[in-house]
Design a protein around this ligand. Structure first.
Ligand code: NAD
Length: 257
């Protein structure tokens, strides 16, 4: 059955891989995120190859009124949102005493509060239909911490709490709410933090990859975006209907330590 899937922050990285995976199943997709307009249009068109429809909405996920327009547009174009994937996220690496306060606010808004807004807007139709899937892309940093990432770790721990609370509210409504907790995935978000981490720790960029990132990932490999997308597809499947209020880690063993 063709569903409508909203993936926030899907012009790049994990979100794009998730959008591609649902589109490959024939679902209608709403993509969102920043980037070059012609590149985004090429992405949008590439999502329609299986005969599904894809639309783009450029909502800034730090702005509640733009999130409202995103969700209203999805409902108007496709009837309702069947699968909501809260994925948009940013990072900033800095010692807590130097952490720019506007960055703190921005990370909390994009990585945590935006999911509250999309969820509150998606839930009424899901409850009425007695069906729905909410998937929050959290992080290994939703379960454990690293230094110099206070805002990110706080937001990701927050999304784990939001996931559990909303899952309980919707448990009898046919709607599941879960988180995915990836370890290090080599996307633009991670590539951008390599120079900052090198500076903050006083080490080389090569050392950041080997001694900081993959040091904690026992498989010593980055997670592939397609592997994260496969977890999202599973959580949205019928087989996962009794999985709710929890998370699936995909971190090469990081959080087993
Ligand atoms: P990415 O930088 O490749 O993609 C982030 C996406 O979010 C882009 O499409 C970007 O345009 C969009 N975005 C950023 N700010 C936005 C805003 N204000 N409004 C709308 N869209 C916005 O990053 P990624 O690595 O694919 O990260 C995706 C998610 O996965 C994030 O929530 C991130 O925290 C999480 N995650 C990533 C990793 C990793 O190692 N890459 C690990 C664990 C969790």
């Amino acid at each position: 059955m063709k569903r409508t899937v909203v993936v926030t922050g899907s012009t790049s990285g994990i979100g794009l891989a998730i959008a591609r995976a649902f589109a490959a199943q024939g679902d209608n997709i709403v993509i969102n995120g920043f980037g070059d307009a012609s590149e985004i249009e090429a992405i949008r068109q590439s999502l329609e190859v299986t005969g599904s429809r894809a639309i783009y909405h450029g909502a800034d996920m730090s702005k509640p009124e733009e999130i409202e327009d995103l969700m209203a547009t999805a409902a108007r174009e496709f009837g309702m949102v069947d699968v909501l994937v809260n994925n948009a996220g940013i990072q900033h690496v800095s010692a807590v005493e130097d952490f720019p306060t506007e960055k703190w606010d921005q990370i909390l808004a994009i990585n945590l509060s935006s999911s509250f807004h999309t969820i509150r807007l998606a839930v009424p139709a899901m409850k009425e239909k007695k069906a729905g899937r909410i998937i929050n892309v959290a992080s290994a940093h939703g379960l454990i911490a690293s230094p110099f990432k206070s805002a990110y770790v706080a937001a990701k721990h927050g999304i784990m709490g939001l996931t559990k609370s909303v899952a309980l509210e919707l448990a009898e409504c046919g709607v599941t709410v879960n988180a995915i907790c990836p370890g290090y995935v080599l996307t633009p978000l991670v590539e951008k933090q390599i120079p900052d981490t090198a500076r903050a720790r006083g080490i080389s960029e090569a050392q950041v990859k080997s001694d900081v990132m993959l040091k904690f990932q026992p498989t010593k490999e980055f997670v592939a975006v397609e592997d994260v997308a496969a977890v999202a597809i599973f959580l949205a499947s019928d087989a996962a209907r009794q999985i709710t209020g929890t998370h699936i880690s995909i971190d090469g063993g990081w959080t087993a330590q």
